[in-house]
Design a protein around this ligand. Sequence first.
Ligand SMILES: [Zn+2]
Length: 125
Amino acid sequence: MSRIIYCNHCGRELAVSDRVLSTNCRWCNQRVAVQDQYINHYHAGTNIETAGSIVIAEHGHVRARLQANNLEVQGSGQVYGSVIAREKVTIDAEANLLGDVTAARLEVRPGAHLRGFYRIGSAKK
Ligand SMILES: [Zn+2]
């Protein structure tokens, strides 16, 4: 099985096998991480970029820039840093997200703590 992903670097479409963890973009030749990231610990420094999804779980505390297709902050997960999601950002009721957010769609449950500049909607407009 293969699926369509979008290059983090140039934004163009790539077809990849379900099983690969990373690939080289056939358009810009840069490495594109494809695997989903699940973070339930303290993570600081290294930016996380994937053409898959990033989940910051209940005990996750991230201080880094995040870029993914989808991002979800669960439970009382915390994110300090800017977020770019090609598709959707989901923020749970107890979560903290301090940083600028760019996404096509946003879902925030009542009670979440947010601070930053939000740019939501299709990037094509
Ligand atoms: Zn590319």
